[in-house]
Design a protein around this ligand. Structure first.
Ligand code: ADP
Ligand code: MG
Ligand code: ZN
Length: 502
């Protein structure tokens, strides 16, 4: 099916009600793998981080990574789940070259966490509750690279390369219950849910959750049912969607595609689908029916996991403030609108602004520099704010220099430029470039006198009460001092010397 055969989004929603299910895989940031001591560090030589266990060699025995279990419990608690008193791993049996054991060690009917929820905030401020079915522990597979074909897929490839460094990296899979009642906002809910979950995972410190690096990926299950009916339709499952924008687009595309198939009398096949970044479409993957049988059975080589209640309660007490709650708190403290807070979040500036305030800046200045000059520079350089070569402490110092009147905004921008160019701390740049505001009253007084003498006409106007004309004289003084005068003080001096009240 091509994109032109889709039903328009509005028409689809006029007849059908979407139901979604989101499965998110998070790669944990543990130092070692889930069932062996191999390093999880990225970027190593292929197959250099392997051992008999993660290669599935006969006779090797797995051991559970305690930090992996702790991370799973933290995620479960943060999602308001119940934590199993006792649960086991299971073997999910299937053959694929990237999984040399011929089974993936996972959890099946005994997940470590279940029955929770995550509240997500939509763009209009409304809060939507997404219910969580379960969060379970499993391991990642190796990575195949198909060589010689045009598409990088296995079809048409001449041979494949396998890297088992990723085999055995701990994953937590978080599965929602069917999400109903989102209506036309289903794609927005999907995106907001994954965004919120990512913030939560980062706040817990269990993973960096970088979607662009595959540390977090989402399968989008979607079905439609005729408006006003209860029974779920057949779902499709779009696999491994790896950006927030793509999650939203995949849901939207599937709504339009399902509607096109259903309204023309066709039936939806339960299948996996691939998402295509270029045009936001999906194409069929493999057929998947409910009878699909992985012959799960309890893993006999691992002892059951039985998290002690006291330990679980300790972890619960240590949970950080939930990201949504923290964002709302900061929004109030900073006195910004929902919309501005969203921009701050999208710019990745929340933590930078917090750190700048912690280093002594006031909220308004911290926000102004990060969202203004620094955002502009990051944008120009095509990088994230966090990647700029300036620290929150340095930004706070710039704010302090402006607040005490040593710098005006124009000079402060030059200081920031100097810091970014590697000229050192703000004070070093001020000294090195000679950037301090001229506040020496004698020098300022002379400059003001000269400006008045050179602009006698304007000076007369001001004397006769046209105070607004002072701007022209301030401009003349600023020009004469190459922008280094304190404009407010210059204005005071002009009015003083001309004998008028400001
Ligand atoms: P599988 O392993 O086959 O993908 P899971 O139970 O792990 O099955 O995940 C299925 C996801 O899809 C869950 O989030 C579930 O809530 C959701 N889901 C199940 N049935 C439907 C349906 N008919 N339409 C939309 N979502 C569904
Ligand atoms: Mg699935
Ligand atoms: Zn290993």
């Amino acid at each position: 099916m091509t994109v032109t055969e889709l039903v328009s989004y509005e028409d689809a929603l006029a007849s059908y009600d979407p139901v979604m299910g989101l499965e998110v895989h998070v790669e944990l940031g543990t130092k070692t793998k889930m069932f062996c001591g191999c390093s999880t560090e990225l970027g190593a030589e292929p197959n250099s981080q392997t051992c008999p266990t993660c290669l599935g060699l006969p006779g090797s025995l797995p051991v559970v990574n305690a930090v992996g279990v702790e991370s799973a419990v933290k995620i479960g608690l943060a999602l308001h789940c119940e934590i199993a008193e006792w649960c086991r791993f299971a073997r999910k049996n299937y053959f694929y070259p990237d999984m040399p054991k011929n089974f993936q060690t996972s959890q099946y009917d005994e997940p470590i966490a279940f029955n929770g929820y995550l509240d997500v905030q939509l763009e209009d401020g409304e809060v939507f509750r997404v219910e969580i079915e379960r969060a379970h522990m499993e391991e990642d597979t190796g990575k195949s690279t198909h060589v010689g074909g045009a598409t990088g897929r296995i079809h048409g490839a001449s041979h494949s390369l396998l890297d088992y460094n990723r085999a055995g990296i701990p994953l937590i899979e978080i599965v929602t219950k069917p999400i109903e009642g989102a209506g036309e906002r289903a794609p927005e809910v999907a995106k907001a849910y994954v965004a919120e979950l990512r913030e939560l995972i980062k706040a817990l410190g269990v993973s960096e959750a970088r979607m662009e690096q595959g540390q977090m990926r989402c399968d989008v299950n979607l079905s439609l049912r005729p408006n006003g009916t209860k029974e779920f339709g057949t779902r499709s499952e779009t696999k491994n969607v790896n950006s927030l924008r793509s999650v939203e687009r995949a849901a939207r595309f599937e709504i339009q595609r399902h509607a096109a198939v259903l309204s023309s009398g066709g039936t939806i096949v339960q299948e996996t689908r691939h998402f295509h970044e270029e045009d936001g479409s999906t194409t069929a993957g493999r057929i998947k029916d409910n009878a699909e049988d992985y012959r799960y059975f309890p893993e006999p080589d691992l002892v059951p996991v039985a998290p002690a209640r006291e330990w679980v309660e300790e972890l619960r007490k240590e949970l950080p403030e939930l990201p949504r709650v923290r964002r709302n708190r900061l929004r109030e403290e900073w006195g910004v609108s929902e919309h501005d807070m969203q921009s701050i979040l999208n710019a990745g500036a929340v933590d930078l602004i917090v750190a700048t305030i912690d280093a002594g800046a006031d909220a308004a200045s911290a926000r102004k520099w990060w969202m203004g000059e620094l955002a502009r520079r990051a944008n120009e350089a095509g990088t994230d704010l966090a990647a700029l070569e300036i620290t929150p402490e340095q930004v706070a110092r710039v704010c302090a220099l402006v607040a005490e009147g040593s710098l005006n905004d124009k000079l402060a921008r030059q200081v920031i430029e100097g810091v970014l160019a590697g000229e050192g701390d703000p004070d070093a740049v001020v000294a090195g470039r000679g950037l301090a505001v001229v506040s020496d009253e004698g020098a300022l007084g002379t400059a003001v006198d000269e400006a008045i003498a050179a602009n006698a006409g304007i000076a007369d106007k001001i004397r006769s009460g046209k105070v607004a004309a002072a701007g022209a004289l301030v401009g003349a003084v600023m020009k004469a001092t190459r922008g280094q005068a304190d404009a407010a003080r210059v204005r005071e001096l002009i009015l003083e010397k001309l004998g008028v009240e400001g």
